[in-house]
Design a protein around this ligand. Structure first.
Ligand code: UN1
Length: 513
């Protein structure tokens, strides 16, 4: 990847200096074993970092707890100013960080830049919010009493993020947590540790320039064992975790066991309903980007197309011919549409899914397969595949994190399509392609999509940060990013103040002494 300016990008992000595996950058909560990061793009070693030991975790926790004591006292708009400066630095580093995301994770360069743009957007959003952490006032039932509510900082927020959005999901959490007055401890995916270090280096600069305690943002690299320390730790009132449903269930139980709060953003099994009134051209663009973008490794990736029988052949032919145009290869080369999967384990799961759909009676429409030869040395490049399937197939019910798209047919009313769309365990994103107002409104109605995200004439992936992001059922119920998602990062307090010389009781209760 030398020719794409990776060396300069790594140097700019401060990754070059950690290449001997002796530190994790600016902070030093890392004295454990060495973790090597290999790129799925070319199979090359990008860098080595040290993982955090349980003792390092303790040091980080102490730094965070100490930092919280002062950071919470800083007025929220001033915390917003810190986040504004962070956003400014992200703008300066957009190209370098986008490249690193593309190289370490494997998504296309455009999507790497898009991910950094999401970080910038959430910073801007959080800056505005820092002056809008509004509570309500209520009219007390008692004379001479005033009632209101206020939001206070919560404490140390634990963030466990996934490889597929190695930088943006962290920032969705931190930008809100910081303006809320919280401090953060982050465990990035062990598949993308360098993205973690790059982000930490950027925020550490801001922290230093403002003479703030470094514990506002702590990075701990490591595997699930470090994650377990976080979920069990009563000093962490909120754990925000993104990843598989399997992981989310473990996190949720551990955190609930100590009555902590968790914010979960887990698997999706997202569908686009294509009705008789759909615009075929828009459907094809939305479906293809949704299915092959990030090589099918977004939690919002389109996994199912539920097509009305009257449109079925037309849409099928259009999608199959669009797949023929796809160029698979080095994601840093902007001529390519599809990059590699994250690692060879993911490739094996992809292959298993294709075998299983056939075994269950599905029909392959666009042949998959692992690519080999020049440019594909990492063994992580696969062909996006399409299969005709049935919603009841076990494999269709399962989220395979790879570019495998299932075509399902429905007949009759849009209600039948909605039933199929809702007929899975996950509930993240959903979409309908239609120009029929009645169908669109039914899809959005109480009896419509059961997902956290429901779109009309847009695909399932690529949500903006301004809305609350997350989903229902096995997706975990959490909401991150925009709207009022900030509230989970704060504790709400209801205050009643009596400015009289009497002490009347609520509910009119008499108690005379
Ligand atoms: C994820 O895959 O975990 O809506 C997040 C999208 C992106 C975020 C995806 N903005 O596809």
């Amino acid at each position: 990847a030398q020719q794409f300016g990776m060396t300069e990008a790594l140097a700019q992000l401060g990754i070059k200096d950690i290449n001997d595996g002796t530190s994790t950058g600016i902070q030093n909560f890392a004295n454990g074993e060495i973790l090597e990061s290999y790129s799925p793009v070319d199979g090359q070693l990008i860098g080595k970092v040290r993982m955090s030991t349980p003792a390092d975790y303790e040091t980080a926790m102490k730094a965070a707890t100490e930092a919280f004591k002062t950071f919470r006292l800083m007025p929220a708009p001033q915390r917003g100013e810190i986040v504004r400066q962070f956003g400014e630095k992200l703008r300066k580093n957009k190209e370098a960080l986008g490249k690193l995301v593309s190289y370490e994770m494997g998504k296309s360069l455009q999507e790497g830049y898009g991910e950094v743009q999401e970080m910038i957007d959430i910073c801007d959003f959080a800056v505005g919010l820092s002056r809008q952490l509004h509570g309500l006032t209520m009219h007390s039932e008692r004379p001479g009493h005033r009632m209101y509510e206020q939001y206070h900082p919560l404490g140390v927020v634990g963030i466990i993020s996934a490889f597929n959005f190695p930088v943006a999901v962290w920032s969705w959490n931190t930008a809100l947590a910081w303006i809320a007055g919280d401090v953060c401890i982050w465990k990035p995916s062990e598949k993308t540790p360098l993205c973690g270090i790059a982000c930490q280096n950027i925020i550490a600069e801001v922290i230093k320039e403002n003479n703030l305690p470094e514990g506002i943002s702590c990075l701990i690299n490591g595997d699930y064992k470090i994650g377990e320390l976080m979920t069990a730790d009563t000093r962490i009132p909120l754990v925000s975790a993104t990843g598989s449903t399997r992981m989310g269930k473990i996190v949720a139980q551990a955190v609930a066991g100590r009555l902590g709060k968790s914010l979960l953003e887990l698997g999706g099994n997202n569908a686009i309903i294509v009705t008789p009134d759909a615009d075929v051209k828009m459907t094809v663009i939305g479906a293809v980007f949704g299915a092959v973008g990030t090589a099918g490794q977004r939690c919002t990736s389109t996994r199912r197309l539920i097509i009305h029988e009257s449109m079925y052949d037309k849409v099928k032919d259009a999608i199959v011919s669009a797949y023929k145009q796809l160029r698979i290869g080095n994601p840093l080369d902007q001529n390519n549409h599809v990059g590699p999967l994250i690692d060879t384990d993911a490739v094996a799961l992809y292959q298993k899914a294709l075998e299983q759909v056939v075994a269950e009676g599905g029909k392959i429409l666009v042949e998959g397969g692992v690519l080999s030869g020049e440019g594909y040395e990492s063994g992580c490049y696969v062909k996006p595949a399409i299969a005709e399937a049935d919603n009841s197939f076990r494999i269709v019910q399962h989220e395979t994190f790879a570019p495998v798209l299932y075509l399902l047919k429905y007949s009759g009313d849009v209600e039948n399509a909605i039933a199929l769309q809702n007929g899975v365990a996950q509930g993240l994103s959903s979409a309908i392609m239609t120009n029929n107002l009645r169908e669109a409104e039914r899809f959005l109605s109480v009896a419509g999509s059961d997902c956290g995200i429901a779109n009309v004439n847009i695909g399932t992936s690529g949500a903006e940060i301004g809305g609350a992001f997350g989903g229902e059922k096995e997706t975990g119920g959490g909401r991150e990013s925009g709207s009022d998602a900030w509230k989970i990062y704060m504790r709400r307090q209801t205050n009643t103040i009596n400015y009289t010389t009497n002490l009347p009781l609520a509910q009119g209760i008499k108690f005379d002494l």
